[in-house]
Design a protein around this ligand. Structure first.
Ligand SMILES: C[S@@+](CC[C@H](N)C(=O)[O-])C[C@H]1O[C@@H](n2cnc3c(N)ncnc32)[C@H](O)[C@@H]1O
Ligand code: SF4
Length: 394
């Protein structure tokens, strides 16, 4: 087991941050590409019961990891915009009872961009949410239909307009490398999206996840996604257009004006501590000198029963070894354009990165050392990030 102290703590050297992730596991319908822990229920969800269980699990986590100052809270899903504002308020109150909350805390809620959900935005704002992330996915009605979305492009843009009026900060997601998508069509769609975006956009390449309806369709020859070269061209175009519009990638799929990055996601990528609350949530906590990887029961009703009987929904609570923490540090940190501090890696791993591997990857143009000594993946290295990380971690 690795001892975590002030010098080798995974969270050392990059300022302090503590995030709280809360998972709402329900959606109105299941999108055929999605393998997130999200479930459709035909009977009404007992929100009051969930509210109590969230508060219980937050209090239990606060007792295990006391004294932190919360810098970000992320209500993710599923579709958290199906929650009543009172549920969101109750969650935020419980976080405030368990920990100190920073005066400039970032509180993000993921929302589906339907008109019904947009009517709740003011209630979320009153509850304390100050940032929304909308799943727009596409600005083309045919594509939205094929993605199984229940909103039109116009409805999504109307929700973006309401978000702009209600919240200080907002972002939205698009999925690209969709079936039959040409570079010209994507360039036009992306430019239109940028005109609607303020400070942040998440642009995900469509991934065909195992055991989703999209995986079955592809296996049956009924769904053709762009081949590697075409996907690469779409990726390159994305970087070029966004950088040109002042929204460079600060992470593989995330673009922001400098200073407007999602602080909560930076908690993950910079390996700070975070609490995972709700069904199927993951956490990383430093307790008694060890880094703990936690996970809760995934199935919503089983999670409820566990919290009601045990006071928490944890099903996994492992202390990570030095090697595991160091691998995770590379895997997460090299996703960021800012890269990692190799001294922090050495503090965690107890040894530095292999200079020969570094030299080879540098000669290949996949990595570089910045003037202030950080190690980062180059634009040419990002499309082969997994191989770069595997090489450095070997
Ligand atoms: C957990 S979802 C939540 C957003 C919200 N439920 C919605 O759909 O509007 C987060 C984002 O992941 C992205 N995503 C989910 N599955 C994906 C896949 N298979 N390929 C690419 N992006 C995906 C979508 O852009 C989605 O908005
Ligand atoms: S993409 Fe969003 S709305 Fe669709 S199933 Fe996944 S979490 Fe639910």
């Amino acid at each position: 087991m690795a001892r975590v102290d002030a010098t080798n703590s995974p969270a050392a050297n990059e300022g302090s941050a503590f995030g709280v992730y809360v998972h709402w596991p329900f959606c109105l319908s299941k999108c055929p590409y999605c393998d997130f822990n999200s479930h459709v229920r035909h009977a009404a969800v007992d929100e009051a019961r969930f509210r109590r269980a969230f508060a219980t699990e937050i209090a239990a986590t606060g007792a295990r990891a006391p004294g932190r100052t919360v810098s970000s809270i992320f209500l993710g899903g599923g579709t958290p915009s199906l929650m009543q504002p009172a549920t969101v308020a109750a969650i935020l109150d419980a976080v405030g009872r368990a920990w100190t909350v920073s005066a400039d805390v970032e509180v993000t809620l993921e929302a589906n961009p339907t008109s019904v959900e947009a009517t709740r935005f003011r209630g979320y704002r009153a509850a304390g949410v100050n940032r929304v992330s909308l799943g727009v996915q596409a600005l083309d009605d045919g594509a939205l239909k094929r993605l199984g979305r229940t909103h039109t492009a116009q409805e999504a843009l109307a929700a973006v307009a309401i978000a702009r009026q209600v919240f200080e900060r907002y972002s939205f997601d698009l999925i690209y490398a969709r079936e039959d998508q040409t570079t010209d069509a994507w360039a036009a769609e992306l430019r239109r999206a940028i005109a609607e975006a303020a400070e942040h956009l998440s642009l995900y390449q469509l991934t065909i996840e195992l055991e989703t309806p999209f995986a079955a369709l592809r296996a049956a020859g009924k769904l053709t996604v762009p081949d590697e070269d075409c996907a690469r061209a779409l990726y390159d175009l994305t970087q070029e257009i966004c950088a040109g519009a002042g929204l460079p990638a600060y992470e593989v799929s995330n673009h922001a004006r400098p200073g407007a990055e999602c602080r909560h996601n930076l908690v993950y990528w910079r390996m700070h501590e975070y609490a995972g609350i709700g069904p199927g949530a993951h956490g990383r906590l430093d307790i008694d000198g060890a880094r703990h990887a936690t996970a809760t029961e995934k199935r919503p009703e089983a999670w409820l029963m566990r919290v009601e009987s045990l006071g928490h929904g944890l099903v996994t609570d492992e202390t990570l070894t030095r090697e595991e923490i160091a691998d995770e540090f590379l895997l997460m940190g090299l996703r960021l354009a800012e890269g990692i501090d190799p001294r922090r890696y050495a503090g965690i791993a107890g040894r530095g990165l292999d200079p020969r591997r570094l030299a080879t990857l540098n000669q290949e143009g996949a990595i570089e050392i910045t003037p202030d000594g950080r190690l980062r993946v180059t634009p040419a290295g990002f499309p082969v990030l997994d191989a770069v990380v595997a090489d450095l971690a070997a």
